[in-house]
Design a protein around this ligand. Structure first.
Ligand SMILES: [Zn+2]
Length: 226
């Protein structure tokens, strides 16, 4: 199945988007399922292949003008080009889809705990603003990912920068969903335009791959301007 965030539904005429679930198969580069996914996506995109990265758990976001020839090393993409599907691969980390419905700009971001600590979401929104986007025109959806029920650290006050400390919960757990929401709000995105799927990948092995559950498989979050 492909999960379609509610907040993006009004933009079906402009966009192809979604978040794959476990039954869709794993999107590891070499896997058969990934081939299958590419074929399925190609039906939607009329044969256009997605741009995806060697995800580095960093904060680099690439603005795509032409699809890169080699697989870039980064954790986010922004584009205004039509027919360039952006694909993020995830299993516990957040896949973050962003759409500016005024300037028709899309972004896809990989925000694991390291990306959250580096505020890659805020950095992406800042870059979009530099490109002329207004935060008030952004719609954002965050994929199934590790919830505060399961995001346990051995010593989060030491492992995470101080900006993350307000999100540390009892039993050394961290609420990354709230942190991501705050990172969007800080940039001026209206709260009503931020959708957190709210499904914890570790708690839902029937529908989600989870690195912490020992899965090697990856789910995808993708977005394309038609
Ligand atoms: Zn959980």
């Amino acid at each position: 199945m492909i999960h379609l965030p509610n907040s993006f539904q009004p933009f079906c005429d402009d966009l192809i988007f979604g978040m794959t679930q476990k039954d869709f198969g794993s999107l590891n580069d070499e896997s058969r399922d990934f081939d299958f996914f590419l074929k399925k996506l190609a039906q939607e995109t009329k044969g256009i292949q997605p741009v995806f990265a060697n995800q580095m758990h960093g904060e680099d976001v690439m603005v795509i003008k032409n699809p890169p020839r080699i697989k870039p090393e980064c954790d986010g993409f922004i584009t205004r080009q039509k027919k360039v599907p952006l694909l993020i691969k995830i299993a516990d980390c957040q896949g973050v889809l962003i759409y500016d419905f005024q300037t028709k700009t899309v972004a896809a971001v990989h925000s694991g705990w390291r990306g959250s600590a580096k505020n890659i979401i805020g950095k992406t929104i800042k870059t979009m603003k530099e490109m002329g986007c207004n935060a008030s025109d952004l719609v954002i959806a965050i994929s199934p990912s590790l919830g505060s029920c399961c995001a346990e650290f051995s010593d989060p006050f030491r492992e995470l920068p101080k900006e993350c400390h307000p999100y540390i919960m009892p039993k050394n757990r961290v609420d990354f969903w709230s942190l991501s929401k705050e990172q969007c709000l800080e940039q001026g995105v209206p709260e009503s335009q931020i959708e957190i799927t709210g499904i914890c990948t570790q708690c839902h092995p029937e529908s989600c791959f989870s690195h912490r559950n020992g899965d090697l498989g990856r789910m995808g979050a993708f977005i394309m301007l038609k």
